[in-house]
Write a new protein. Sequence first.
Length: 365
Amino acid sequence: MKINANVLDRQYFMHQKEYEVKVLDVLRSGYYILGNEVKEFEKEFASYIGSKYCVGLANGLDALWISIKLLGIKEGDEVLVQSNTYIATVMGITMNNATPIFIEPNEFHNMDDSNIESYITPNTKAILVTHLYGQATKMDKILEVCEKYNLKLIEDCAQSHGSMYNKQMTGSIGYVGCFSFYPSKNLGCFGDGGAIVTNDEQFAEKVKTYRNYGSQKRYYNETIGTNSRLDELQAALLRVKLKHINELTQEREQLAQRLLNEVKNPLIELPKVDQDCTHVWHLFVIQTDLRETFMDYLSKHEIQSLIHYPIPPHLQEAYSDLGYKVGDFPVSERLAERVLTIPLYNGMTKEEMDYLIQTINQFKG
Ligand SMILES: *Cc1c(COP(=O)(O)O)cnc(C)c1O
Protein backbone atom coordinates (compact mmCIF):
# COMPACT_ATOMS: atom_id res chain seq x y z
CA MET A 1 0.00 0.00 0.00
CA LYS A 2 1.33 3.44 -0.94
CA ILE A 3 0.78 6.27 1.55
CA ASN A 4 1.64 9.86 0.68
CA ALA A 5 2.44 12.47 3.30
CA ASN A 6 -0.71 14.33 2.32
CA VAL A 7 -3.48 13.67 -0.20
CA LEU A 8 -5.29 16.94 -0.78
CA ASP A 9 -7.98 15.82 -3.21
CA ARG A 10 -9.59 13.57 -0.58
CA GLN A 11 -10.95 16.68 1.14
CA TYR A 12 -12.22 18.01 -2.14
CA PHE A 13 -14.07 14.79 -3.02
CA MET A 14 -15.62 14.73 0.47
CA HIS A 15 -17.69 17.81 -0.42
CA GLN A 16 -17.22 17.85 -4.17
CA LYS A 17 -20.74 18.94 -5.13
CA GLU A 18 -20.71 21.94 -2.77
CA TYR A 19 -17.37 23.17 -4.09
CA GLU A 20 -18.40 22.78 -7.71
CA VAL A 21 -21.68 24.63 -7.25
CA LYS A 22 -19.78 27.49 -5.58
CA VAL A 23 -17.13 27.70 -8.30
CA LEU A 24 -19.77 28.02 -10.99
CA ASP A 25 -21.63 30.62 -8.91
CA VAL A 26 -18.53 32.77 -8.74
CA LEU A 27 -17.56 32.27 -12.38
CA ARG A 28 -21.04 33.32 -13.45
CA SER A 29 -21.27 36.26 -11.03
CA GLY A 30 -18.93 38.64 -12.86
CA TYR A 31 -17.25 39.56 -9.52
CA TYR A 32 -13.79 38.13 -9.02
CA ILE A 33 -11.97 40.48 -6.63
CA LEU A 34 -13.23 41.99 -3.34
CA GLY A 35 -16.88 41.15 -3.76
CA ASN A 36 -19.50 39.54 -1.60
CA GLU A 37 -17.76 36.19 -1.07
CA VAL A 38 -14.73 37.83 0.55
CA LYS A 39 -16.97 40.01 2.70
CA GLU A 40 -19.05 37.05 3.87
CA PHE A 41 -16.03 34.84 4.45
CA GLU A 42 -14.43 37.57 6.58
CA LYS A 43 -17.56 37.73 8.74
CA GLU A 44 -17.84 33.97 9.07
CA PHE A 45 -14.16 33.41 9.80
CA ALA A 46 -14.06 36.19 12.42
CA SER A 47 -17.06 34.63 14.09
CA TYR A 48 -15.48 31.14 13.99
CA ILE A 49 -12.29 32.45 15.63
CA GLY A 50 -14.15 34.64 18.09
CA SER A 51 -12.56 37.89 16.93
CA LYS A 52 -14.45 40.99 15.89
CA TYR A 53 -12.77 41.54 12.53
CA CYS A 54 -11.14 39.53 9.77
CA VAL A 55 -9.41 40.85 6.67
CA GLY A 56 -8.72 38.45 3.80
CA LEU A 57 -5.25 38.63 2.24
CA ALA A 58 -3.31 36.90 -0.52
CA ASN A 59 -1.33 34.51 1.72
CA GLY A 60 -0.04 33.84 5.20
CA LEU A 61 3.31 35.56 4.77
CA ASP A 62 1.50 38.78 3.81
CA ALA A 63 -0.65 38.45 6.93
CA LEU A 64 2.55 38.38 8.99
CA TRP A 65 4.63 41.13 7.38
CA ILE A 66 1.69 43.48 6.83
CA SER A 67 0.62 43.11 10.47
CA ILE A 68 4.15 43.76 11.69
CA LYS A 69 4.52 46.75 9.38
CA LEU A 70 1.20 48.28 10.38
CA LEU A 71 2.10 47.87 14.04
CA GLY A 72 4.90 50.30 13.26
CA ILE A 73 7.68 47.77 13.80
CA LYS A 74 10.76 48.74 11.81
CA GLU A 75 14.55 48.77 11.64
CA GLY A 76 16.12 48.69 15.10
CA ASP A 77 13.06 47.05 16.68
CA GLU A 78 13.19 43.54 18.08
CA VAL A 79 10.57 40.82 17.92
CA LEU A 80 10.75 37.64 20.01
CA VAL A 81 10.08 34.55 17.90
CA GLN A 82 10.67 30.85 18.45
CA SER A 83 13.79 29.36 16.94
CA ASN A 84 12.16 26.24 15.42
CA THR A 85 9.37 27.92 13.47
CA TYR A 86 8.82 27.85 9.72
CA ILE A 87 10.96 30.48 7.99
CA ALA A 88 7.94 32.53 6.88
CA THR A 89 7.36 33.58 10.50
CA VAL A 90 10.86 35.05 10.65
CA MET A 91 10.53 36.66 7.21
CA GLY A 92 7.47 38.55 8.47
CA ILE A 93 9.90 40.29 10.84
CA THR A 94 12.93 40.70 8.59
CA MET A 95 10.91 41.99 5.61
CA ASN A 96 10.31 44.99 7.85
CA ASN A 97 14.06 45.23 8.62
CA ALA A 98 13.33 44.46 12.26
CA THR A 99 15.46 41.96 14.21
CA PRO A 100 14.24 38.49 15.20
CA ILE A 101 15.27 37.46 18.71
CA PHE A 102 15.10 33.68 18.78
CA ILE A 103 13.60 31.85 21.75
CA GLU A 104 14.08 28.10 22.09
CA PRO A 105 11.04 25.80 22.04
CA ASN A 106 9.72 23.65 24.88
CA GLU A 107 8.94 19.92 24.72
CA PHE A 108 5.70 20.72 22.86
CA HIS A 109 7.61 22.47 20.03
CA ASN A 110 6.15 25.83 21.07
CA MET A 111 7.79 28.91 22.58
CA ASP A 112 9.49 28.14 25.89
CA ASP A 113 8.30 30.87 28.23
CA SER A 114 10.51 30.02 31.21
CA ASN A 115 13.19 32.69 30.62
CA ILE A 116 11.29 34.91 28.31
CA GLU A 117 11.70 38.13 30.30
CA SER A 118 15.48 37.92 30.00
CA TYR A 119 15.26 38.50 26.24
CA ILE A 120 13.39 41.78 26.53
CA THR A 121 15.33 44.98 25.84
CA PRO A 122 14.22 48.60 25.35
CA ASN A 123 13.98 47.75 21.62
CA THR A 124 11.54 44.86 22.02
CA LYS A 125 8.23 45.70 20.39
CA ALA A 126 6.36 42.42 20.07
CA ILE A 127 6.23 38.69 20.74
CA LEU A 128 5.40 36.56 17.72
CA VAL A 129 4.13 33.15 18.75
CA THR A 130 3.70 30.25 16.29
CA HIS A 131 1.27 27.55 17.36
CA LEU A 132 3.49 25.02 15.68
CA TYR A 133 2.18 21.83 14.05
CA GLY A 134 -1.35 22.75 15.20
CA GLN A 135 -0.87 22.77 18.96
CA ALA A 136 -1.88 25.95 20.79
CA THR A 137 0.91 27.58 22.78
CA LYS A 138 0.46 27.94 26.53
CA MET A 139 -0.15 31.66 26.71
CA ASP A 140 -0.53 32.72 30.36
CA LYS A 141 3.06 33.78 31.01
CA ILE A 142 3.53 35.26 27.53
CA LEU A 143 0.37 37.35 27.95
CA GLU A 144 1.60 38.53 31.34
CA VAL A 145 4.97 39.59 29.90
CA CYS A 146 3.30 41.42 26.99
CA GLU A 147 1.15 43.30 29.45
CA LYS A 148 4.06 44.13 31.77
CA TYR A 149 6.35 45.47 29.01
CA ASN A 150 3.63 46.85 26.77
CA LEU A 151 4.47 44.50 23.88
CA LYS A 152 2.14 43.56 21.07
CA LEU A 153 1.28 39.87 20.86
CA ILE A 154 1.15 38.52 17.31
CA GLU A 155 0.00 34.95 16.66
CA ASP A 156 1.13 32.93 13.66
CA CYS A 157 -1.86 30.63 13.25
CA ALA A 158 -0.92 29.26 9.83
CA GLN A 159 -0.95 25.75 11.30
CA SER A 160 -3.49 26.11 14.08
CA HIS A 161 -6.97 26.83 12.69
CA GLY A 162 -9.32 25.84 15.49
CA SER A 163 -6.83 25.00 18.22
CA MET A 164 -7.41 26.55 21.63
CA TYR A 165 -5.59 27.66 24.73
CA ASN A 166 -7.88 27.66 27.77
CA LYS A 167 -10.92 27.26 25.51
CA GLN A 168 -9.97 30.38 23.56
CA MET A 169 -9.20 30.06 19.85
CA THR A 170 -5.67 30.76 18.69
CA GLY A 171 -5.75 33.99 16.73
CA SER A 172 -8.13 35.66 19.18
CA ILE A 173 -5.70 35.66 22.12
CA GLY A 174 -3.19 38.24 20.90
CA TYR A 175 -3.57 41.64 19.30
CA VAL A 176 -3.55 40.13 15.82
CA GLY A 177 -3.82 36.56 14.51
CA CYS A 178 -2.23 35.71 11.14
CA PHE A 179 -3.62 32.84 9.09
CA SER A 180 -2.62 31.03 5.91
CA PHE A 181 -5.07 29.09 3.76
CA TYR A 182 -2.39 27.40 1.67
CA PRO A 183 -3.91 24.13 0.34
CA SER A 184 -2.23 21.82 2.86
CA LYS A 185 -3.23 23.86 5.93
CA ASN A 186 -6.10 22.65 8.11
CA LEU A 187 -8.39 25.23 6.51
CA GLY A 188 -6.87 25.24 3.06
CA CYS A 189 -8.18 26.77 -0.13
CA PHE A 190 -7.40 25.76 -3.72
CA GLY A 191 -4.55 28.16 -4.28
CA ASP A 192 -3.03 30.83 -2.06
CA GLY A 193 -4.92 32.68 0.63
CA GLY A 194 -4.49 34.27 4.04
CA ALA A 195 -6.13 36.57 6.58
CA ILE A 196 -5.66 38.49 9.77
CA VAL A 197 -8.11 38.62 12.66
CA THR A 198 -8.20 41.32 15.34
CA ASN A 199 -10.55 43.02 17.76
CA ASP A 200 -9.23 46.46 16.88
CA GLU A 201 -11.51 48.04 14.28
CA GLN A 202 -8.99 50.73 13.35
CA PHE A 203 -6.26 48.18 12.79
CA ALA A 204 -8.57 46.03 10.64
CA GLU A 205 -9.41 49.11 8.55
CA LYS A 206 -5.72 49.90 8.15
CA VAL A 207 -5.04 46.37 6.85
CA LYS A 208 -8.03 46.62 4.51
CA THR A 209 -6.66 49.83 3.05
CA TYR A 210 -3.12 48.54 2.86
CA ARG A 211 -4.05 45.32 1.01
CA ASN A 212 -5.57 47.35 -1.79
CA TYR A 213 -2.85 49.89 -2.71
CA GLY A 214 -3.67 52.06 0.30
CA SER A 215 -7.08 52.85 -1.05
CA GLN A 216 -10.58 52.43 0.41
CA LYS A 217 -12.29 54.48 -2.24
CA ARG A 218 -11.28 53.53 -5.76
CA TYR A 219 -8.53 55.78 -7.18
CA TYR A 220 -8.17 57.74 -3.91
CA ASN A 221 -5.00 56.62 -2.17
CA GLU A 222 -4.54 57.67 1.44
CA THR A 223 -1.28 55.77 1.93
CA ILE A 224 1.12 53.63 -0.06
CA GLY A 225 -0.02 50.04 0.21
CA THR A 226 0.40 46.78 -1.62
CA ASN A 227 -1.68 44.29 -3.54
CA SER A 228 -2.61 41.45 -1.23
CA ARG A 229 -6.22 40.46 -1.78
CA LEU A 230 -7.97 37.19 -1.14
CA ASP A 231 -9.85 36.50 -4.35
CA GLU A 232 -13.56 35.71 -4.66
CA LEU A 233 -13.05 32.16 -5.87
CA GLN A 234 -10.84 31.21 -2.92
CA ALA A 235 -13.10 33.00 -0.44
CA ALA A 236 -16.15 31.16 -1.82
CA LEU A 237 -14.39 27.79 -1.54
CA LEU A 238 -13.16 28.64 1.95
CA ARG A 239 -16.75 29.36 2.99
CA VAL A 240 -17.65 25.81 1.97
CA LYS A 241 -14.72 24.31 3.87
CA LEU A 242 -15.34 26.49 6.93
CA LYS A 243 -18.81 24.93 7.24
CA HIS A 244 -17.11 21.55 7.64
CA ILE A 245 -14.07 22.62 9.68
CA ASN A 246 -15.29 21.08 12.94
CA GLU A 247 -15.81 17.65 11.39
CA LEU A 248 -12.47 17.92 9.56
CA THR A 249 -10.68 18.78 12.81
CA GLN A 250 -12.45 15.95 14.62
CA GLU A 251 -11.35 13.51 11.96
CA ARG A 252 -7.72 14.65 12.38
CA GLU A 253 -8.04 14.27 16.15
CA GLN A 254 -9.34 10.73 15.76
CA LEU A 255 -6.52 9.81 13.39
CA ALA A 256 -3.96 11.31 15.78
CA GLN A 257 -5.54 9.50 18.70
CA ARG A 258 -5.13 6.18 16.90
CA LEU A 259 -1.42 6.90 16.37
CA LEU A 260 -0.98 7.99 20.00
CA ASN A 261 -2.74 4.87 21.30
CA GLU A 262 -1.45 2.27 18.91
CA VAL A 263 2.09 3.22 17.93
CA LYS A 264 4.21 1.26 20.36
CA ASN A 265 7.84 1.32 19.40
CA PRO A 266 10.60 2.29 21.84
CA LEU A 267 12.57 3.83 18.95
CA ILE A 268 9.80 6.31 18.21
CA GLU A 269 8.95 9.22 20.49
CA LEU A 270 5.34 10.37 20.10
CA PRO A 271 4.22 14.02 20.31
CA LYS A 272 2.86 15.37 23.59
CA VAL A 273 0.06 17.84 24.24
CA ASP A 274 0.45 20.59 26.86
CA GLN A 275 -2.03 21.27 29.64
CA ASP A 276 -4.92 23.62 28.73
CA CYS A 277 -3.88 23.44 25.05
CA THR A 278 -5.60 21.66 22.20
CA HIS A 279 -3.93 20.23 19.12
CA VAL A 280 -5.56 20.23 15.68
CA TRP A 281 -2.83 17.98 14.22
CA HIS A 282 -1.82 20.01 11.20
CA LEU A 283 1.27 17.80 11.33
CA PHE A 284 1.92 14.65 13.33
CA VAL A 285 5.58 15.00 14.29
CA ILE A 286 7.47 12.19 15.99
CA GLN A 287 11.09 12.17 17.12
CA THR A 288 13.73 9.50 16.71
CA ASP A 289 17.51 9.20 16.95
CA LEU A 290 17.39 6.91 13.93
CA ARG A 291 15.69 9.31 11.58
CA GLU A 292 17.54 8.46 8.41
CA THR A 293 17.17 4.72 8.90
CA PHE A 294 13.51 5.13 9.80
CA MET A 295 12.81 7.33 6.77
CA ASP A 296 14.47 4.79 4.46
CA TYR A 297 12.50 2.00 6.09
CA LEU A 298 9.21 3.87 5.64
CA SER A 299 10.07 4.72 2.08
CA LYS A 300 10.83 1.03 1.33
CA HIS A 301 7.32 0.33 2.59
CA GLU A 302 5.98 3.07 0.30
CA ILE A 303 5.19 5.46 3.14
CA GLN A 304 6.22 9.04 2.53
CA SER A 305 7.53 11.07 5.46
CA LEU A 306 8.71 14.68 5.60
CA ILE A 307 10.95 16.79 7.83
CA HIS A 308 9.43 19.96 9.29
CA TYR A 309 12.01 21.49 9.34
CA PRO A 310 15.50 20.25 8.53
CA ILE A 311 17.30 23.59 9.08
CA PRO A 312 16.24 26.09 11.73
CA PRO A 313 15.93 29.70 10.51
CA HIS A 314 19.07 30.92 12.32
CA LEU A 315 21.20 28.46 10.29
CA GLN A 316 19.56 29.12 6.93
CA GLU A 317 21.82 30.59 4.29
CA ALA A 318 19.25 33.34 3.82
CA TYR A 319 19.96 34.50 7.38
CA SER A 320 23.74 34.20 7.41
CA ASP A 321 23.79 38.01 7.88
CA LEU A 322 22.38 37.53 11.37
CA GLY A 323 25.70 35.93 12.27
CA TYR A 324 24.51 32.83 14.07
CA LYS A 325 26.43 29.57 14.11
CA VAL A 326 25.84 25.92 14.92
CA GLY A 327 25.32 25.53 18.66
CA ASP A 328 23.60 28.89 19.22
CA PHE A 329 20.14 27.32 19.60
CA PRO A 330 20.84 23.71 20.60
CA VAL A 331 17.23 22.73 21.34
CA SER A 332 16.07 23.71 17.86
CA GLU A 333 19.15 22.22 16.25
CA ARG A 334 18.56 18.89 17.98
CA LEU A 335 14.91 18.93 16.92
CA ALA A 336 15.95 19.63 13.34
CA GLU A 337 17.96 16.39 13.48
CA ARG A 338 15.26 14.26 15.11
CA VAL A 339 11.79 15.36 13.96
CA LEU A 340 9.83 13.48 11.33
CA THR A 341 6.31 14.08 10.07
CA ILE A 342 4.33 10.95 9.33
CA PRO A 343 1.18 10.88 7.16
CA LEU A 344 -2.04 12.20 8.67
CA TYR A 345 -4.64 13.83 6.46
CA ASN A 346 -8.37 14.21 6.08
CA GLY A 347 -9.86 11.33 4.19
CA MET A 348 -7.18 8.84 5.28
CA THR A 349 -8.78 5.39 5.25
CA LYS A 350 -8.86 2.89 8.08
CA GLU A 351 -6.76 0.50 5.95
CA GLU A 352 -4.12 3.18 5.36
CA MET A 353 -3.95 3.96 9.08
CA ASP A 354 -3.79 0.24 9.98
CA TYR A 355 -0.91 -0.24 7.56
CA LEU A 356 0.92 2.87 8.80
CA ILE A 357 0.68 1.82 12.46
CA GLN A 358 1.66 -1.76 11.75
CA THR A 359 4.66 -0.68 9.67
CA ILE A 360 5.90 1.75 12.33
CA ASN A 361 5.52 -0.87 15.05
CA GLN A 362 7.58 -3.38 13.08
CA PHE A 363 10.55 -1.00 12.73
CA LYS A 364 13.52 -2.53 14.49
CA GLY A 365 16.21 0.03 13.70
C1 LIG B 1 2.45 28.10 5.89
C2 LIG B 1 3.01 28.95 6.94
C3 LIG B 1 3.20 30.34 6.76
C4 LIG B 1 3.07 31.02 5.44
O1 LIG B 1 1.86 30.88 4.80
P1 LIG B 1 1.79 31.10 3.21
O2 LIG B 1 0.32 31.17 2.96
O3 LIG B 1 2.45 29.94 2.57
O4 LIG B 1 2.46 32.38 2.91
C5 LIG B 1 3.64 31.08 7.84
N1 LIG B 1 3.89 30.52 9.02
C6 LIG B 1 3.75 29.19 9.23
C7 LIG B 1 4.04 28.64 10.58
C8 LIG B 1 3.32 28.36 8.19
O5 LIG B 1 3.20 27.05 8.41
